[in-house]
Design a binder for this molecule. Structure first.
Ligand code: GLY
Length: 321
């Protein structure tokens, strides 16, 4: 006998285009992992989404580098790829890492070699729109020439810091989806192109188990979007699940993990940092929180014809906001 709501998916607002596919998987008796990945794959393929998969805003060298992770709440198995280039669906590669290697995380060239060996389809990920956006920010610098970037380290790192200020306006995004299937198993999938204009090789929270993604059938699951450096420092996804383990309900768990973020000293946060968390408890109840009062999340059950969008719990970074 499985308690609670089975056949449910929840995710960041940009996952809305994938929830129908995820629910279809669950209706057909598929696993939570299959459902979560089905949704995330569609976001990766959405050219209009500039923060995930194909169409993602590139790093400062004009290269689209992707991060993705999956976690299985039944077995605590996890797989992850980071800073991988040339593969449009890193979520599938992350799953393969989980299934066939004794590792959890592969990055960069090693991840690309692994993907090639397993026959994953390669593609050009830099769309004309993303290239134009990158070029317009470069202000005449020829970042495509590696020597320029070597010679002008200070210039480029200065640019990374400047661009960081724009993060919440236009150049970041991530998607995450948590699913619970008919057996009560929970799985979570996360994918991102990370910060636009990031330093090459920069990893955010999305490929890091415990930071951007965590799932454990016994307590629930959580996944983050927003400024990944914060979720890494606070182990945010694990923190929500751990709070539930120690007896908090979903809302208390989210509020506590979000308020933990207030303790970070962050000299780079010249403008408001943004952190968002979606979460599910072990019985399939769902909720999400954000430092922004505008952020939404989406969910759908197998009984529903369409997803529902809800505002997130607002937990500002500064008190009094
Ligand atoms: N949360 C995604 C990132 O910071 O890369």
């Amino acid at each position: 006998m499985v308690n609670g709501q089975t056949g449910i998916v929840v995710g960041s607002a940009n996952a809305r285009i994938g929830l129908g596919a995820a629910v279809e998987v669950l209706r057909n008796g598929g696993s939570a992992m299959d459902a979560a990945i089905a949704a995330v794959r569609l976001v990766e393929d959405n050219l209009e989404d500039n923060g995930v998969g194909t169409g993602g805003i590139p790093n400062i060298l004009g290269q689209v580098e992707l991060d993705a992770t999956v976690m299985d709440g039944r077995t605590l198995a996890a797989g992850s790829v980071g800073a991988i280039k040339g593969y449009p669906n890193p979520i599938d590669i992350a799953r393969k890492v989980m299934e066939v290697t004794p590792h959890v995380m592969l990055v960069g060239e090693g991840a690309e070699l692994f993907a090639r060996k397993h026959g994953f389809q390669q593609a050009e990920l830099l769309t004309d729109e993303a290239r134009d956006s990158w070029k317009s920010r470069l202000d005449g610098l020829d970042a495509a020439d590696g020597s320029v970037y070597e010679d002008q380290y200070q210039l480029f790192m200065g640019a990374v810091r400047d661009w960081q200020k724009m993060l919440h306006e236009e150049i970041y995004g991530t998607t995450n989806v948590i699913a619970r299937d008919a057996s009560g198993d929970i799985a979570c999938a996360v994918s991102t192109s990370g910060w636009g204009f990031k330093w090459p090789g920069r990893l955010g929270d999305s490929p890091i188990i415990g930071a951007g993604n965590y799932a454990d059938n016994r307590f629930g699951s959580a996944a983050c979007t927003g400024r990944g450096e914060m979720a890494i420092r606070a182990a945010s996804a694990y923190s929500v699940v751990s709070n539930m383990r120690h007896g908090m309900n979903l809302e208390e768990a989210l509020r506590t993990s979000m308020t933990d973020l207030r303790h970070m000293v962050d000299p780079f946060a010249e403008r408001s940092n943004v952190m968002n968390i979606v979460a599910m408890d072990r019985e399939g109840n769902v909720l999400a929180a954000s430092t922004s009062d505008e952020s939404k999340y989406v969910f759908q059950t197998v009984e529903m014809d369409c997803y529902e969008e809800q505002p997130r719990l607002h937990v500002p970074l500064q008190t009094g906001q």
